[in-house]
Design a protein around this ligand. Sequence first.
Ligand code: ASP
Length: 316
Amino acid sequence: MKRRDFIKTSAIGLTAPTAIFGGTKIKTNRNAPIILSTWNHGLPANDAALKSLQNGGNAMDAAEMGARVPEADPKITSVGFGGFPDEQGNVTLDACVMDSTGNAGSVAFVQNIKHPVSVARKVMEDTKHVMLVGEGARQFAVSQGFEEMNLLTDESKAEWEKWKMKRSEMTPHETHDTISVLAQDKNGDLAGACTTSGWAYKMHGRVGDSPIIGAGLFVDNEIGCAAATGLGEEVIKTTGSFLVVELMRQGYDPTTACEEALNRVIKRHNGNPDFQIAYIAIRKDGKIGSACIKWSFEYALAQGGVNKLHKIEGMI
Ligand code: ASP
């Protein structure tokens, strides 16, 4: 992009109905909300997000409401209540949110709180900080009226005990499934939420990509938003979600932007990484995209009155 075009685009600012990014004309998608979430637990999450929009919520409300559904479901062993614990048997949770103003909030390594995504939103809205971790995050949650509870269900405990007997290394493609929810509301504004119990049987204290702004989630209301699932360590090393958004800014369409971000990871692993990462993205014009490194990945897309699961195949 020429400097002159860049200045023109920047000067148009947040409210421009049309902006030019990397030579691509992007017209803001208005009055046609979109909810895009990771994995099949994205379907009920999308339903809740849509309901929030119907009740007058904005993109941030929708993303948060969506993410709360798998957090509360004890049968989903990768998020919130019922999530698989770390190697010591503690359920430790990571979550973040980012809204259309570029504001962000996050909690990491938080315990005994069922809805870390809502705590992350409180951090964003009611503190001067972006991120609270561990005991401090728990104390903040309690001070805000969040109830404390044991998040380790009998089922997840039994699985952890089985794992302890053999202590085999679990890779996140076996035990993954972060929920990331991206939303575009009727005004065309974008927001996102991401929440997870992370890598099952991880080291105590491990934090993944999901609460790291720019890694697990990034929202730029001018151009688009993106979120990740999969091996968090590798997403962090490539600032994955930020990279996807910046590639869209350079003119890549959403799927190609996801692929290009994954290419950085694939190259670092000599063309054959033995783990999964998937990205989802919404561009400001309502175009959505997704890509995953290998095997397959499913995302749930709610658009135009249809909420449906879509399966994509890996790049390698
Ligand atoms: N990204 C998550 C983490 O590394 C796990 C996942 O989505 O599979 O904590």
